[in-house]
Ligand binder design. Sequence first.
Ligand code: HEM
Length: 449
Amino acid sequence: MLPPGPRAPALWQTYRFVTSPASFTRAIHRRYGDVVGLNTLVGKGVAVLEAGLAREVFAAPPETFATVPVLESIFGPNAVISVSGEPHRKLRKLLNPRFHGAQVKGFLSAMQRAVRTHLEGLGRVAGRGDSLALTDVTQAMALDVIIETVFGAGEVDRDAARAALREIIHAFSPVLAGGGTLHKAWFPPWRRFVRAQDAFDRLIGDVVSARRARGPRAVEGEDVLGVLLSARYDDGAPMSDVEIRDQLLTLLLAGHETSATAMAWCIYHLLRHPVALERLRSEIDALGDAPAPDALTKLRYLDAVVSETLRIEPIVTDVLRLCREPFTLGGRWTVPKGGLVAVLLVAILRDPRVFDEPGEFKPERFLEKKFSASEFLPFGGGARRCLGVAFAEAELAIAVAEIVSRWELELASEAPERSVRRNLTMGPKGGVRVRVRGRRRREPERRAS
Ligand code: HEM
């Protein structure tokens, strides 16, 4: 039996879920409690709004669940984010080692280079008084970081890759996020999205053939493409071209908009909390003039600032699973085969029973207390937990440190930013508009002058 929940038609519940997940979540939480019956275009099932229940979902055997079909039509049928069961286990086994903390270290310098190059562009607008959308800067930065790490020094035309990915993102209208109902050739936004996918496929096809043509040594690169080309399943088989294409699209898309949005939110909250900003700057300044990227990833307050940002502004508000067999939750509710289980990260990350004053930006909470994996879950959980956690955390630490320690920015408006749906993820409605006052002079320089 499913728990009580809103009686509104599936279309309306889906619309609310997609367009205003935070307020929909608050409303159903208040009315129905920690587990709520849902009826959406993706299926009927339960919404989970409490950490202990989320733990039950994430601890269930991975074969209990499949992903939702919408992911397959976006990323492709072979992508790690789309497949389930044994194919998913095999792919994660192959990809996980490449994205572990120790391996990500190999990418840190490339991340720092890409971040610095983009930030130099701020010099051109410094002191002019006109504002810019910080998300434009962080998007471009995160796109270059992921392109660098995926393709390395390879022969990809970077401008073409940037353009192809930007077009895919722009073409992904929020109306496509609600389910496959509108993924039809007669629907113009879907047609535009498919055209963008085709252009990306042509680009990737050329890159893969060129890399293979250069022989086995070129295939075994240090970059992610090299890893995919040289990877072998347990039976010794390589990945096919279509499998490689689907993983690349997933990594390039999942791996840059999320991080870019988080960077912008992080700076937004720091600019609204000068005490936190000063504390962070002191921590970074203590590393000297040119901190190594590795040292930045070990700073505790910086890590707390990033965690608090991901908590207060969840970029992915929910993770969805479809039951491949009946699933019982809380010893009481049974979701039938084919039913939906939606873990509402946004509810759990703002649960006052776990996070004191959940609406306040308080990075110290992460220094004072250790939260469990099912309490602090901006990256989801279980067998499908985000593949890029270590990558994203390192990238965020480096980008935020480079921005706040080298630049003086101010918010162009006092009005609070609102989080709105961009595609599958959420982001700041106004793009965090800032004015660049100039380069920052560090404490000792200020005292000397
Ligand atoms: C702040 C940045 C990021 C956030 C908040 C984030 C969040 C998430 C979430 C919530 C999921 C779904 C997990 C689940 O279903 O339980 C996910 C999946 C995934 N993410 Fe991330 N992500 C971020 C950055 C990245 C980066 C940088 C990469 C790649 C370099 C990446 C690659 C992936 C992949 C491949 C999946 C699918 C995993 C699977 O289904 O097995 N993400 N991410």
